[in-house]
Design a protein around this ligand. Structure first.
Ligand SMILES: Cc1cc2nc3c(=O)[nH]c(=O)nc-3n(C[C@H](O)[C@H](O)[C@H](O)COP(=O)(O)OP(=O)(O)OC[C@H]3O[C@@H](n4cnc5c(N)ncnc54)[C@H](O)[C@@H]3O)c2cc1C
Length: 395
């Protein structure tokens, strides 16, 4: 607790974004409560590789290093990807990225969601400035002139100068505050599974655009690849219902057998896809972060990375406010965060949306255009570097 025995910040939601924010603010000297409805599953080396993985960008890794969790994650199970190949089923042209071109060892790292959350929770639970309230379900939010408060399902009330809602895409806090969202339902599902392939993945992330949606192969540390296959809802249901042998054959065909035959697969899971952007990030003393503020198409593996940039921004803005003697929940403080992050997140979401529309288009001219576009990007070094920087979070 602070000198006055009060909490500085309440964070609702202990997913990757809320947990990282709690740790970041605690390391900055703030006293925080992290309120999470359900305890996350722990991670163990003996467990199967979690079906949910993310491609972590370089700036998110820097954040993890700064929070003191990167070495635990790296020594647990991490698949670096050093190259990326992107091509189109309906047009010639290919983009090839290589970390070595920028003098770097990796473009990013494939990491299990459960491992990220486990490492962050381990660190948060041993930090004296983080009060873990779990299980703790936020039932109500009160925006008062001096404080923001939450009332939990069991009647407990907690208050602080500022409240950050990192409570996910459906964000009950956002709904309680009446913040509207603009939204596009892609009417697609991302089918995920881990597959073994006849050929090595060569530490490369492979992505092929098909008219029905992209299929990505992300290299896992154990030599398998994690696939993320975007399909219209009905086709996704069909793929989920296939017997393993038929599924392997379909995945092989969808990837044009770039990694050879698919020799084994895990069970599959599927996630509905939508773009959702909160119209505002701030209401009174409450700010939104992570998926509560922005949900983007996963075709470039950006969602969680954008959330970690929200974390880095909030940490900086709140620390500067404290150093100036400002109230952490003052409108001008939170608006600064909103100004910085809302435009960048919206730009990323709309950019991914445009790519999804371009590659999903069925009129006869578009394949020619996108083939020319891929070839152009691949041959113009500054453009390629720009693409690589955006993917790695450096632009
Ligand atoms: C198929 C797929 C692939 C993806 N791949 C990538 C990728 O490669 N790279 C990438 O960067 N991103 C990727 N993403 C996006 C990424 O998974 C999300 O952006 C990220 O998980 C969001 O984290 P979050 O902490 O904001 O939300 P969540 O993980 O949803 O966490 C929200 C938490 O809030 C808690 N909560 C909710 N309501 C309450 C309440 N009332 N009281 C208390 N607690 C509450 C929930 O229990 C939950 O733990 C992908 C997404 C999909 C669907």
């Amino acid at each position: 607790m602070s000198r006055r025995g009060e909490l500085d910040a309440l964070i609702v939601g202990g997913g990757a974004i809320g947990a990282a924010l709690a740790l970041a603010l605690a390391r900055e000297g703030f006293d925080v409560a992290l309120i999470e409805a359900r305890a996350p599953r722990t991670w163990s080396r003996d467990d199967d590789v979690d079906l949910r993985v993310v491609a972590l960008a370089a700036d998110a890794r820097e954040l993890f290093e700064n929070l003191g969790v990167w070495s635990a994650i790296e020594s647990a199970r991490v698949g670096p990807y050093r190259r990326m190949r992107v091509w189109d089923a309906s047009a010639p042209g290919e983009i090839a990225f290589d970390a070595a071109e920028n003098g770097e060892a990796a473009l990013g790292w494939i990491i299990e969601n459960r491992l990220i959350q486990h490492a962050l929770w381990q660190a948060a639970s041993t930090n004296a400035r983080v009060r873990l309230v779990c299980p703790g379900e936020v039932a109500d939010v009160e925006n008062e002139s001096e404080r923001a408060a939450v009332v939990l399902a069991d009647g407990t009330r907690l208050a602080a100068r500022v409240l950050i809602a990192a409570d996910g895409a459906e964000s009950p806090v956002r709904a309680k505050l009446g913040i509207a969202c603009s939204e596009r339902d892609y009417m697609q599902r991302a089918v995920v599974a881990h597959v073994a392939t006849a050929c090595s993945h060569e530490d490369t992330a492979w992505q092929r655009f098909l008219p029905s949606g992209p299929i990505a192969f992300l290299p896992l540390a154990d030599g398998r690849s994690s696939i993320v296959w975007t399909l219209p809802e009905v086709e996704a249901a069909g793929v989920l219902a296939l017997a393993d042998a038929a599924f392997r054959a379909e995945v092989g065909a969808a990837s044009d057998f770039r990694l050879g035959e698919i020799t084994a697969t895990t069970a599959r899971a599927a996630f509905p896809l939508r773009m959702r952007l909160a119209d505002r990030y701030v209401a009174g003393r409450v700010a939104l972060a992570g998926d509560a503020a922005h949900v983007v198409h996963p075709l470039a593996g950006q969602g969680m990375n954008l959330g970690f940039r929200d974390v880095a921004c909030l940490r900086r803005v709140l620390a500067e406010a404290r150093d100036r003697g400002s109230d952490l929940g003052a409108a001008h403080v939170l608006r600064r965060y909103e100004r910085e992050r809302r435009s960048e997140n919206a730009l990323a979401a709309r950019g991914l949306d445009a790519i999804e529309r371009l590659f999903g288009a069925t009129d006869p001219l578009t394949p020619t255009l996108r083939g020319a576009g891929l070839a152009l990007v691949d041959h113009v070094t500054p453009l390629k570097q720009l693409f690589a920087s955006i993917a790695a979070g450096r632009a």
